[in-house]
Design a protein around this ligand. Structure first.
Ligand code: SF4
Length: 247
């Protein structure tokens, strides 16, 4: 018989007590969230935020401003954002072009579409798969969905929500199905949950060698309980290496 699922609300309260109140996202504008996703690659949150600020200062954050900006002005931002900065200049221009051509430069109407169509609209942009689209819908307070990136997903699987499946998309769905009856219809709680799960996955519930001995939610964790019973068990390590789809 499968183990009972943990109480998600209790887990999130314990994470909030451990990490403190989550910092709000640096932007809640849907187009800016797409830029933020694409301005950097494989860098720290601080570097990404710095690259985003440079982009704002040198080029602007509206579609028409990105299109009008010089290559070099955008490059100043993408150079801070890690490898392949030239490619990211082209990508940001392409994103701005899609926003202008398909959404008239304003994504707010697309976010008012029914949920599947709103998700689909956001997925037209580079690097935006279903998880990122749901994160944007949440941060922009368009739909109360819990978009999860890979860290948060890993934490939830280890806790015992859903199962690791043969690919990332199937695992994401399994986790979403497992948590749906415990989600609150409250944007502040959902955004805080996204941020806390991500932070926990980055700081303690890491891909390799999670720091369970320091974890405030180990009492609720299926992975931890299995490891105590069978010290060699590696639980759901494989998911952690999976790469989320971006289109
Ligand atoms: S007990 Fe370990 S595996 Fe479970 S959530 Fe905490 S760090 Fe992750």
């Amino acid at each position: 018989m499968p183990a009972p699922r943990p109480n998600l609300s209790k887990v999130i309260s314990q994470l909030a007590a451990h990490y403190g109140k989550p910092e709000p996202p640096i932007t809640t504008d849907p187009f800016e969230l797409i830029l933020l996703e694409n301005v950097a690659y494989l860098v720290s949150d601080e570097r990404r935020a710095d690259a985003f600020k440079i982009l704002r200062k040198n080029a602007g954050l509206k579609p028409h401003e990105i299109l009008a900006a010089s290559h070099d002005n955008i490059l100043r931002a993408t150079k801070l954002g890690g490898m392949h900065p030239e490619q990211r200049v082209s990508r940001l221009k392409e994103i701005a072009l899609i926003a202008m051509n398909e959404f008239g430069g304003d994504l707010s109407q697309a976010l008012k579409l029914p949920l599947p169509k709103a998700r689909q609209a956001l997925r037209k942009f580079s690097s935006i798969g279903e998880p990122s689209a749901e994160k944007i819908l949440l941060f922009a307070r368009a739909y109360p969905v819990l978009g999860l990136e890979s860290n948060g997903l890993r934490v939830l699987v280890r806790l015992g929500f859903g199962e690791e499946k043969k690919n990332y998309t199937a695992t994401y769905k399994s986790v979403q199905d497992a948590i749906k009856d415990q989600l609150k219809d409250n944007y502040d709680w959902l955004i805080g949950t996204h941020i806390l799960l991500r932070r926990h996955g980055k700081e303690l519930c890491k891909t390799n060698a999670p720091r369970c001995e320091k974890c405030p939610v180990r009492g609720s964790c299926a992975y931890f309980k299995a490891r105590v019973r069978t010290p060699t068990s590696r639980g759901s390590d494989r998911i952690i290496k999976a790469t989320p789809p971006t289109s």
